[in-house]
Design a protein around this ligand. Structure first.
Ligand code: SF4
Ligand code: SF4
Length: 215
């Protein structure tokens, strides 16, 4: 468990992160950004956003205790032209004073796990582009010392991502604490998905099986 690549890491970090991304994909196309929603859903989103901010704040704090490993690294996982803000982030913040303008530009359409796999193979075999290349422009929020945003203002995805180096820097207790906080982000994102399904009048089981089989 103290390693960065144990079964524990797979279960509570890698797989959880994959499931989290799946909830983002599933939420992405359910409602237009200018759709109006019921008062009840709006109230639930406000409460969930408060919860999200607290969890992200605690994750930021915990991260800063980890010998500043991310600070020293200066955000090498932020080097592409990312826009990690998804519909989940958008709807959570829609009724707050840190509202987002849009759903973000990346991963707008829902892709199944198989589609993602074959898309990578296709780009690897048939495209001249290196599918793993980094464009090096960097996220617009990446400063000289790392991310310039406070933890609660970042996207959920930014906080939920951990690399092996970061996990290796954690004690067993820190890792457990980190895993619980990421689980909380997953639970919040799943609740947002449920709200959006209800508002879009989509069956409540929509996407649930794909979440179970996400590896
Ligand atoms: S998560 Fe890993 S790659 Fe990203 S900033 Fe932290 S140490 Fe660097
Ligand atoms: S918002 Fe911050 S943490 Fe997220 S990708 Fe950009 S620089 Fe990195």
């Amino acid at each position: 468990m103290g390693e960065g690549r144990s079964l524990y890491d797979y279960r509570f970090f890698a797989r959880r992160y994959a499931q989290l991304r799946r909830t983002f994909f599933l939420s992405q196309s359910l409602l237009h950004s200018d759709s109006s929603i019921t008062e009840v859903s709006r109230y639930r989103l406000v409460l969930l956003n408060d919860r999200r901010r607290t969890v992200q704040h605690n994750l930021g704090l915990l991260n800063s205790y980890l010998s500043n490993v991310c600070h020293m690294c200066k955000g090498s996982c932020c080097l592409d032209s990312y826009d990690h803000f998804m519909a989940t982030d958008y709807w959570l913040r829609r009724y707050s004073d840190s509202r987002l303008d849009s759903f973000g530009t990346e991963d707008k359409k829902i892709m199944s796990n198989c589609q993602i796999f074959f898309d990578r193979i296709h780009r690897l075999v048939f495209s001249n582009d290196n599918p793993f290349k980094r464009d090096g422009n960097g996220c617009q929020f990446l400063g000289a010392e790392g991310c310039i945003l406070d933890a609660p203002d970042r996207s959920i995805r930014c906080l939920a991502f951990t690399c092996r180096k970061l996990r290796e820097s954690m004690t067993v207790e820190q890792k457990k604490h980190y895993a619980v906080l990421i689980k909380n982000l997953y639970s919040i994102s799943h609740e947002v998905l449920d709200i959006l399904k209800k508002e879009a009048k989509v069956h409540s089981l929509y996407g649930e099986f794909s979440l179970i089989i996400t590896l």
